[in-house]
Structure formats: C-alpha cells, structure tokens
Design a protein around this ligand. Structure first.
Ligand SMILES: [Zn+2]
Length: 317
C-alpha cells in the first residue's frame, strides 16, 4: 500500500512510498484525512512532542471504512479515529480522561498515523460516523471539533455569557458554532468576515474597552498576553495551542486581583467525542473547506496550509 512518510523534518523530505500494513486491530480503508497544525508541525519539525517511529507516517485525523467486523463496528461502517493511545490502567484512564494517559500519547505522533491507504487500529479508538454527516465534516471531528468542544466544556457553566474566540482556523470554525449552539454571545478575532453571515460578530481589531467572560485563545505568544486584558472580572481564558509561540508575558496581578482563571485543554476524552457526535448529528454545522488535495499531493497541501487565511484543508484518498 502507498503511505506518506518522512525520515527527517521538513516539507521537502516528505515522500510517497510502498509499505506493508502493520499493527493490530480493525483494518480501515482511509477515505479522508485532515491537515491540522499538529500534522504540519510534526512534519516541519516544530514539535512539542517526540515523534516515533522514524521513518514516520504522520496523520492524526482520519475517517474511513471498516474492512472487517469488530464487536460493535461492522464491515462497511464509516468510522473516525479517536486519536489518543492509552493504557486503561493509570489514574487518568481510571477517571475517564484517557487523553491524559500517563503512558499514552497522540496516534500519529508516538505511533505511525493515518496518511496511508489503509490503517489498523483497535476498536476502542473507533467511532461510527452518524449517517447524516458528510465525509469532510466527519474527518474534522477528531481534532478540530473535539478540541473546540472540550475547551468550551473546560470553561465551566456557560449561560448567556460573552465569548471571544481568537482565530477561525481548524478549531475556531467549530468553537464559534458550538458556542452559538450553547447560546453564548459569540465574537471572533479574525480576518475571515464570511463568518458574519452565520451571525458571528467578527472583530479585525479587539477594541481596548472590549471585555468577555470567556476567551478561547489557541494562538499563544504575545496575543495570549494581550487577550487576557480583554477578560471581565472572574473571566476564564482557555488555551490549547501555541501557533505564534510558546512563551507569553502575563500581568499576574491582573489575574489574581480580578480572580481570572487560565485553563489548559488538550484534545478530549472519548466521552467528549461521543457527546460531540450526538450534538453534531442533531444540529447543523457549516464546514468551510479552503481546498481539498489528493493525499499524494501532500507537499502542495502543506504549502497551502501555511498560506491559507481560513477554512480547512482536507486530504482525499
Ligand atoms: Zn492511562
């Protein structure tokens, strides 16, 4: 079968090669794969994680069709991959937070991933796609939508509050929609004015006197320090990424005198994913797709990912 692999970091080092299908679990024919900051950074070498094995098959967001029966998954089912590897035997797993497993990690990072014609993966990592969900939306659930959903849950009770989301990329496009479904007053800091048509208020500059109850900021760096100034008293800021840098200067006095909370969130557990799939089956979600590429044109896709303004890049098999 054909796979995408690299031995050294860098877009130019990515190649299409023939490999045998390895691993255990249910055989899946891959239909679509997502391209996320995680995948891009793994390939480009800007990782906060160690990659294993090398040569490495990247790809942590995949949907496909089961080629054989499992216990609940049946041959022919459309499935998505829950992309956390976990041992079911540590404190985090016992408490249902298998995405934080002490002995686990991200599928596609600590193991080969899904940029491949076929994969094998255990049934504990497979979820059936609702019948009314199209393939492109389905492939975006595993990272894009799940990260957004978990981050909003981590913000705590959400009742009639004002929320400011930084960026309308892979996750932002889901965060704003889920937040609206939850009845929040949603603002997004973005160059993407097209979101206004779905009732989201788009800010290309955040005014000095703008304050929100909740800020979702996966951009990191200097934007993170600036965004904290836009929290109301008792506000919460949630981070799940560092697109513009890992280090931020913060006014700590502002944090304690206003009883602000800085909250980290990463991916989600399987319960989050199952709740999210139910929500997305019931409600309508728009998925802006910037462009689709054949998986075998991965280099063009990676360049487009870096240069795009909004919407997702989907890899098609
Ligand atoms: Zn564990």
């Amino acid at each position: 079968m054909k796979v995408i692999e690299f031995s050294k970091p860098g877009i130019d080092n990515v190649r299409v090669v023939e490999r045998n299908l390895e691993g255990t679990g249910i055989k899946i024919r891959v239909i679509k794969a997502g391209l996320n900051p995680l995948d891009y950074n793994i390939i480009d070498g800007k990782v906060v994680y160690n990659v294993y094995p090398v040569p490495h098959i990247p790809g942590s967001e995949v949907m496909g069709i089961a080629m054989e029966d499992g216990k609940t998954i049946k041959k022919g089912d459309r499935v998505i991959v829950y992309n956390r590897i976990f041992d079911n035997s540590c404190e985090m797993c016992y408490s249902g937070d298998e995405h934080l497993c002490y002995n686990g990690g991200i599928w596609g990072v600590i193991s080969n991933g899904g940029y491949s014609e076929y994969i094998k993966i255990g049934e504990q990592n497979l979820f059936k796609v609702p019948d009314n969900m199209d393939d492109n939306t389905a492939v975006s659930v595993g990272i894009g939508a799940l990260t957004s959903y978990r981050a909003l849950k981590m913000a705590g009770p959400l009742v009639n509050e004002k929320i400011l989301v930084y960026g309308a990329g892979n996750t932002g496009i889901f965060t704003v929609q889920i937040a609206r479904q939850m009845g929040l007053d949603v603002y997004v800091y973005s160059r993407n004015k097209s979101l206004e048509s779905s009732g989201i208020k788009v800010l290309d500059v955040v005014p000095e006197d703008f304050h929100a109850d909740i800020i979702i900021n996966p951009l990191g760096g200097k934007l993170f320090s600036d965004s904290i100034k836009h929290l109301k008293r008792k506000g919460r800021i949630i981070t799940y990424g560092v697109l513009t840098g890992k280090i931020a200067d913060m006014d700590i006095a502002n944090i304690y005198t206003n009883e602000l909370r800085v909250i980290g969130s990463t991916g989600g557990n399987r319960k989050d994913l199952s709740e999210l799939l139910a929500l997305m089956e019931e409600k309508h979600f728009d998925l802006p797709v910037y462009k689709e590429f054949s998986l075998w044109d991965i280099k063009e896709a990676l360049h487009a990912f870096r240069d795009r303004i909004n919407g997702r890049i989907i890899l098609d098999l």
